[in-house]
Design a protein around this ligand. Structure first.
Ligand SMILES: Nc1ncnc2c1ncn2[C@@H]1O[C@H](COP(=O)(O)OP(=O)(O)O)[C@@H](O)[C@H]1O
Ligand SMILES: [Mg+2]
Length: 311
């Protein structure tokens, strides 16, 4: 908070209120209010990165112009501690999403998909920008196996779920998987805590993992806050139609394969992360049970569907 106050002073901004946003974050996040020159209140978010977690500033440096339509970044600091300043976009879509009726969830998903299809259509010079390229590894499966074992050691209701993770990665040879579809700029982490509706438009925060990858990288992460098989299937269909309408060419077969492989890897990643948040005290036992059961059911469904088709 001390450095934030110093930095605001240098900008001649006088905050009337500063609060810390608590949670399992990769740094310190503050919301503050100022009175602008027209005597109006304005709210901002200041995010100070933890040591080694400052890739988001690198991303902004490389992609500032491309990302302007998607993010309300105001300023960043490259000196230590690195930090960014953003417009306060209100609350993330996740806060209300769970309680929405199905038709409103579909509407919300479609508006996010439209924005993502715009991001995925950007023509960027991939070599000049030296961005990382996303690929599937064993990292998430190893983490999820470890977390599921810890969960089993703690709770009788937990079963030997880690066996399904081991089986799935072997069966689909997931860590050798090369995406079939086009490679585009991807946000890398658009789950619903990183997506906002502000001024009737969809905005994204938290660009730390932005990289070149399959557009389905983003879609399968977005789906990590969707606990409804019908809505997962709806999203699958809706995004293919959007890609077709934008002339982003991908065959039905490549789309299905990319989607399934990335969906499993991201479901595995989020499974491990959700268990971690439970261990850190952010989630109730009843909720983590629902989360794990749903995600394991999805992995089981998709590995079966994919293995049946590819045989
Ligand atoms: N521009 C913003 N407007 C409103 N809330 C924000 C904004 N930036 C961050 N937040 C809040 O802080 C949380 C964490 O910020 P985020 O940048 O996603 O950090 P992390 O890398 O820890 O996920 C968000 O989920 C959101 O609740
Ligand atoms: Mg985030």
């Amino acid at each position: 908070m001390k450095i934030l106050k110093q930095r605001l002073e240098e900008m001649k901004w006088v905050p009337i209120h500063i609060e810390n946003i608590t949670g399992a974050h990769a740094g310190d996040i503050y919301r503050f209010e100022i009175i602008n020159q027209n005597d109006e209140k304005e709210k901002y978010i200041y995010k100070e990165f933890a040591e080694g977690r400052n890739n988001e500033t690198e991303v902004y440096k490389k992609l500032e112009n491309y990302l302007e339509p998607f993010t309300k970044l105001v300023k960043w600091w490259e000196s230590n501690p690195q930090a960014i300043l953003m417009v306060d976009l209100g609350s993330p879509l996740k806060d209300d999403f769970m309680e929405l009726p199905l038709h409103s969830k579909k509407k919300s998903i479609v508006s996010i998909l439209q924005r993502l299809s715009y991001l995925h259509s950007l023509k960027i010079d991939q070599t000049a920008l030296t961005l990382d390229t996303h690929s599937i590894t064993y990292e998430w499966s190893e983490w999820a196996i470890k977390q599921l074992k810890l969960l089993k050691a703690r709770h009788e209701w937990a079963s030997d779920w880690y066996n399904l993770i081991v089986y799935t990665y072997q069966k689909l040879k997931l860590s050798d998987y090369k995406v079939r579809g086009p490679l585009t700029l991807t946000h890398g982490d658009p789950h619903l805590e990183n997506v906002f509706c502000y001024d009737n438009e969809i905005w994204f925060i938290d660009w730390e993992w932005a990289a070149i990858g399959s557009p389905l990288r983003d879609i399968t992460i977005l789906l990590q806050d969707v606990y409804d098989e019908e809505l997962v299937r709806y999203t699958y269909k809706a995004y293919k139609e959007l890609l077709d309408s934008k002339k982003i060419s991908i065959s039905n077969d490549a789309y299905r394969r990319d989607f399934h492989h990335l969906y499993i890897d991201h479901t595995t990643m989020m499974l491990a992360w959700e268990i971690e948040k439970y261990f850190q005290g952010y989630t109730s036992e009843a909720r983590i049970k629902e989360i794990v059961e749903f995600k394991m059911k999805e992995i089981n469904r998709v590995v079966k569907e994919e293995a049946d088709i590819s045989q």
